[in-house]
Design a protein around this ligand. Structure first.
Ligand code: ADP
Length: 465
């Protein structure tokens, strides 16, 4: 089986052979034409040598044979036949007196060169040798040729061998260059094929992506619809729950205070009073959850509006601390407020700042048994950094992010059976981010936690030096 570059070289040789055959036909025609003219004007112009005529007929026959073989794609045989005919024709012309001194022996050079083109560069040596041997043998046995005349063949013979050498050398380079060209073409074809395959795959991937995008858009619309429905449901439910809850809290408070209008101090015993205070506590807890859910639903629906104004930090912070005093109960916890000497002002929605501080401080109170809780605020680079530090149960580092997600409660908190919803921190984060601030935590289990958050400093705030 031939390699593709061999196939290509063979194809080139086939074309060349066709051209050589045509040229030979033209040459034969010219020679016959000259012979006819010579015959018509015998002795007037010149006498046409008979050997030339025989050589021409031989050349015609082998060219016809070569052409037939070429048609049957037997290129090698066609080339050998043609070259063989050429050698024979030239050998015969050498028999004509005076030919050895003239141009015919130099025709061997042409035959050697043709062999390089039509058969192979290496074969041109064999052809050169065949030219030399056949002509020499024929001339030796020919009666008309003088031995001394054979000396004239030295030059064409040497040149024939030289021509074989040149043909071999240059054709070898040509073959190599041709091989390179074919290989490059093959590589280019391979790349084109790969590119085509990649393009097809890309098209498929694109189509898939488009289909996925459409499904994604549909899913997004459905999710948004579901979200709207959920928000509407929570908002409605929260409103419906708040009215009876407020009634429960208020009336249980009145009952617990024993202000039933009759001023009958003995109408409730201690156990009943205890039950009432539990009802009130549970009601407040439930109301807190409902309020948180309502806030979250409003934020998610984008219905939470901020009413920002310049707020002085210290009074707000002091109020928040007072609010959690009740949560500390009889635990030995010191509440500390750490504020800068000069008054600090921020641009915030005061209700939301109060809510954030309350969430962080109530968490600190909830998850601390003893020690202290510090509420601090300090200005820094166009904002105010608030921090709430406690000496409570602490948080593991891998939960620093997840505690800001809805309904997340740490293992430590669950272990200490602390009541919570997992909504305070996510809501606080949403409020802080709505103000353009950020929140983060630093903590160590068993040592305590510090929650930091930032809020924009008021423009009227003098920059501390
Ligand atoms: P919760 O109502 O459960 O306190 P939060 O969203 O406020 O909800 O807090 C989420 C979780 O983060 C809590 O359940 C608790 O596990 C943990 N956490 C929050 N603050 C503290 C704190 N100061 N010390 C220890 N754990 C805390």
């Amino acid at each position: 089986m031939r390699s593709s570059s061999e196939e290509d070289i063979r194809y080139l040789r086939k074309n060349t052979l066709q051209v050589v055959n045509y040229i030979t036909f033209i040459l034969i025609g010219i020679i016959f034409y000259v012979a006819i003219i010579a015959a018509n004007f015998k002795n007037v112009v010149f006498e046409f040598p008979r050997v030339w005529l025989i050589a021409n007929i031989i050349l015609l026959l082998v060219t016809l044979a070569s052409q037939q073989l070429h048609k049957r794609d037997r290129i090698e045989q066609a080339a050998v036949t043609l070259l063989g005919g050429y050698i024979l024709a030239v050998d015969i012309t050498l028999l004509h007196p005076g030919s050895l001194q003239s141009f015919p022996p130099y025709l061997f050079l042409l035959i050697v060169a043709l062999c390089g083109l039509l058969i192979s560069p290496a074969a041109s040596f064999i052809v050169a040798l065949t030219c030399i041997l056949t002509s020499f043998a024929l001339l030796l046995i020919a009666p008309t040729v003088e031995v001394g005349a054979l000396l004239h063949l030295t030059a064409p013979y040497s040149l024939s061998v030289l021509m074989a050498l040149i043909t071999w050398g240059s054709a070898e380079n040509l073959t190599t260059a041709f091989g390179w060209a074919v290989n490059s073409q093959l590589r280019a074809q391979m790349r084109r094929d790969q590119l085509f395959v990649s393009q097809q795959e890309l098209k498929k991937a694109n189509a898939l992506l488009e289909a996925t995008n459409i499904r994604l858009a549909e899913a997004q619309v459905a999710a948004e619809e579901a979200n709207k429905t959920k928000t509407k449901f929570i908002t409605n439910l929260s409103h419906e729950l708040r009215t009876p809850l407020n009634a429960i809290i208020t009336f249980s408070f009145i009952l617990a205070q024993n202000r039933n209008g009759n001023s009958n101090a003995s109408s409730l015993d201690d156990q009943q009073r205890n039950y009432l205070s539990r009802i009130q506590g549970a009601g407040e807890h439930l109301l807190h959850i409902v309020n948180d859910l309502l806030d979250l639903a409003k934020i998610e629906a984008g219905q939470m509006d901020l009413f920002s104004e310049e707020v002085e930090v210290e009074p707000t912070a002091r109020r928040a601390l007072q609010l959690i005093e009740g949560l500390i109960g009889d635990k030995s916890i010191e509440l500390i407020l750490d504020m800068p000497d000069s008054p600090l002002r921020v641009v915030v929605d005061p209700t939301r700042l109060q809510q954030i501080l309350f969430n962080l401080l109530s968490n600190a109170a909830k998850y601390t048994h003893e020690g202290h809780i510090i509420l601090k605020a300090e200005p820094a680079d166009g904002e105010v950094i608030f921090s709430v530090t406690d000496t409570g149960i602490g948080i593991r580092q891998e939960e620093f992010e997840s505690i800001f997600k809805e309904f997340h409660q740490t293992q430590e908190a669950l272990h200490h059976k602390r009541l919570g919803t997992g909504l305070g921190l996510p809501i606080s984060r949403q409020f802080i981010e709505m103000h353009g601030g950020k929140i983060w935590v630093e903590s160590e289990v068993g040592v305590g936690s510090t929650f930091y958050f930032t809020m924009p400093l008021a423009v009227s705030q003098p920059i501390p030096t």
